[in-house]
Design a protein around this ligand. Structure first.
Ligand code: ZN
Ligand code: ZN
Ligand code: FE
Length: 775
């Protein structure tokens, strides 16, 4: 008997070859009807025998095009219409939008084959792409995703390209960025001043310049890269000097996985991540410095490697480079440059040549960064290749905008059961970063077609993002405590509800008591938390300065551990810089002048690094923790003492450990051994804390979040030992464990509060961050 079904597919179903796929499936199952793009997804009506229709649906579910992601299928039986064939109908523009824009996708293997095939009409064309690959989000000006709404609008398809574009059987059917050397974007090589060198073969010339050791700014997919030959010491050092980037590791791009293997140890899961269509920078264990300049990632055990993800990258690397440094085209921590003129101005003092093109980048998207821990990919910077793919939530929520924190910022919009995070914004210290923050809010509102009246922000009243949120008129503003937000970010991606235990460990977050929190033991639900305990407070002499100068934290920890005799230890360990006396530090500590109290775990890493003589000044956030991690062995060692006071609050005091580390360092124990012991002591202490929390609350689910868990020893150690102790352990993997994931936690907290009626929609003044139970 003939049946007709109307099927609505939602999710990432446009710009990914979905309609031709449905068309082909319908034909092979002898069904009639049509398929059509709509604002809320792709609708198909299929007519035929009940069995063929069932087979068709099963086939569709199982054989989706590589880039398509279904978040829903709605099926409705309707009256058969008796069409004679199956057709693709023109797009229909309605009101409600539920279509997800695809992230940018690395060049597919079919395109690569054509790129290097001298017989192909796109031989060596640097902008080759198809329905399965190429730019997406980064070229979008408007929705729906049609060529006229992208930066390809100005390029009129030539006869051959148009034929492909209109042929449902072609790999480039409706590939919006479709182009060739006749009709598409082209390269142009400019000098340091931005003048077109009018070189007939800009690509060959650029390759020659890189080989000669010059610094090139290369326009990529989501922004500019600064590129030098990674094997050249001189070039890498010059790039560091010019970029004012003394020590922060530089990412490299290798031609292929085999070359990457020569540089780093790569397991099966890491290979899969490196080769995935998202092509993030993957942090890998360094094997050797032999092929690369030692200045790429000095003092660190890991190196960030990515594989080429645009045809241009493939063409450059095919010229025989082992690896290229491909670092974000920006000055120190500003957002990445996207416009040619912007790059000429902002990168003038860094780049010696510019390899640019005339396809505009509309959305700024830095490279994403990820690593693999125990088989799962963990994203620590979520941008190109991932954004704007949403995180799916356990249920539907009212629309919310969350503005994130201050460092490694990103914003987030919740709409329905999806949370959309913006590209990585960076640290909101400069005017450029703040502009990008506003750009990101507009972008997210635009692509979700949603302007939430509820805005979540950090509890810190001084953060730029908080001030902007509070200043938005007619909105309900809900501040969320920083560490609570970290834990909720992990609850959100793991779809946890109810109450959990939370270990939130990071560098800095504004506490409910006005102090600098960072080693927090919480009992959390999405709408409320109780601070069960924390790392014992210690003062930070010099406040903010202590973040850059770990010796300051060391003096405070030594003072707490040894009392007045700390001078002796500080002197023997050579911690305090020559021009500063221990007495001066005492005066700062005693008078509590500019010495705010903190429970920061990040600072404990800094202080220990200083005491072990590894680092007294840091050049970038997390440097001392990364170096400590690099030194540590994997072998098990007896742990050092620590103290847990489980009274009113669970207070974890590391003073006994600090005493032992200082003594043993003075006895000549080597830093690698002490770093190993230090990591294992931390883990042991945290497991004990978790047991106390469980005893007190009866809760057995524990969530680990906060930037400190980027340290793999800490993450793996805690995860494994907690599981052994019978806990159900949850960690971040879809969103960054650092402050890049904060916006998701904020958004879910606010959405859940609105849903439960805990905050009134018309209220415009601040509420306390979530609901905070005083113990
Ligand atoms: Zn392709
Ligand atoms: Zn063409
Ligand atoms: Fe944080």
């Amino acid at each position: 008997m003939t049946k007709r079904l109307r099927i609505l597919f939602s999710g990432t179903v446009q710009g990914v070859g979905f309609r031709p796929f449905i068309y082909t499936c319908a034909h092979s199952h002898c069904l009639n009807g049509f398929v059509q793009n709509r604002c809320d997804g792709v609708v198909a009506e299929v007519e035929g025998s009940g069995q063929s229709i069932d087979d068709f649906i099963a086939h569709v579910r199982e054989h989706l095009p590589p880039l398509a992601e279904l978040t829903g299928i709605r099926i409705q039986e309707i009256i058969p219409g008796g069409q004679p064939s199956f057709r693709i109908l023109p797009s229909r523009a309605d009101t409600a939008t539920a279509v997800h824009i695809s992230p940018d996708i690395a060049t597919c293997s079919a395109c690569l084959e054509e790129l290097f095939n001298p017989q192909d009409r796109r031989y060596r064309y640097p902008f080759i792409n198809c329905t399965n690959c190429g730019p997406r989000l980064t070229i979008i000006r408007n929705i729906p995703y049609d060529r006229c709404n992208t930066s390809m609008a100005g390029f009129e398809l030539c006869k051959d390209c148009r034929k492909e574009y209109e042929d449902v059987h072609d790999r480039r059917f409706h590939a919006q960025p479709n182009a060739c050397s006749t009709c598409g974007p082209r390269l142009c090589l400019c000098d340091a001043a931005g003048h077109d060198l009018k070189n007939p073969d800009p690509l060959e010339k650029a390759i020659g310049l890189i080989r000669q050791g010059f610094i090139l700014a290369i326009k990529g997919l989501g922004g500019f890269h600064l590129c030098v030959d990674a094997a050249s010491d001189v070039a890498v050092k010059r790039l560091r000097d010019r970029k004012l980037r003394e020590a922060k590791p530089l990412a490299v791009m290798t031609a292929d996985i085999e070359t990457a293997r020569q540089i780093a140890r790569i397991n099966h899961d890491e290979e899969a991540l490196l080769c995935s269509p998202s092509r993030p920078i993957v942090l890998l264990e360094k094997r050797t410095d032999r092929f690369l300049s030692p200045w790429i990632a000095p003092g660190l055990g890991h190196i960030g490697i990515m594989l080429p993800y645009t045809p241009l990258h493939h063409l450059i690397l095919a010229a025989g480079f082992k690896a290229l440094v491909m670092t974000s085209g920006n000055r120190s921590d500003d957002p990445i440059c996207i416009e040619n003129e912007e790059a000429f101005t902002r990168l003038r003092d860094i780049a010696e040549y510019f390899l640019v093109h005339n396809r505009d980048i509309i959305v700024r998207c830095d490279d994403s960064i990820a690593f693999v821990e125990q088989g799962s990919a963990r994203i620590t910077r979520r941008s190109r290749g991932y954004v704007p793919r949403p995180v799916t939530l356990a249920q539907d929520y009212p629309a919310v905008l969350a503005v994130g924190a201050h460092m490694k910022s990103a914003v987030c919009i919740i709409k329905g059961n999806h949370a959309f995070l913006s590209p990585h914004i960076g640290d909101m210290e400069t005017p450029q970063a703040r502009d990008f923050f506003h750009e990101s809010i507009s972008l997210m509102k635009h692509i979700t077609e949603c302007s939430p009246s509820i805005v979540a922000c950090d509890l810190h009243p001084g953060y730029y993002s908080s001030r902007i949120a509070v200043g938005m008129t007619g909105r309900t503003v809900l501040p969320v405590q920083h560490h609570h937000a970290h834990i909720i970010s992990c609850m959100a991606e793991n779809m946890l509800d109810g109450e959990v235990l939370g270990l939130a460990l990071d560098g800095t977050g504004y506490g409910q008591d006005g102090r600098i929190w960072g080693g927090e033991f919480l009992r959390c639900s999405p709408v409320a938390y109780t601070r069960l305990g924390h790392v014992a407070y210690f003062p930070l002499p010099g406040g903010e300065k202590a973040v850059r100068e770990p010796w300051r934290t060391a003096t405070s920890l030594l003072n707490k551990a040894f009392g007045k005799s700390w001078h002796e230890y500080a002197n023997k360990l050579d911690i305090v810089p020559g021009h500063i006396s221990c007495n001066l530090v005492d005066r700062i500590l005693d008078r509590a002048l500019n010495a705010p109290l903190t429970s920061s775990m990040g600072r404990i890493f800094d202080g220990v690094s200083s005491i072990l003589g590894i680092r007294q000044q840091v050049h970038f956030e997390g440097q001392s923790a990364m170096e400590l991690e690099a030194l540590a062995y994997s072998r098990t060692m007896p742990v050092l003492p620590y103290e847990i006071k489980a009274g009113q609050e669970i207070i974890l005091d590391f003073s006994p450990m600090i005493r032992a580390l200082a003594e043993r360092r003075l006895q000549g124990d080597p830093p690698p051994e002490l770093s190993t012991v230090f990591h294992q002591t931390l883990i042991s202490a945290l497991i004990d804390v978790a047991r106390c929390m469980r005893d007190e609350t009866g809760l057995n689910r524990i969530v680990l979040s906060g930037g400190c868990f980027q340290n793999r020893l800490l993450l793996t150690g805690c995860r494994e030992k907690l599981a052994q102790a019978g806990f159900d352990v949850y960690t971040n993997s879809l969103v960054p464990v650092n402050d890049g994931g904060i916006a998701l936690g904020q958004a879910l907290c606010a959405a859940e509060m609105m849903k439960q009626g805990l905050a009134a929609a018309d209220q415009t003044q601040n509420l306390p961050g979530g609901i905070h139970d005083k113990r």
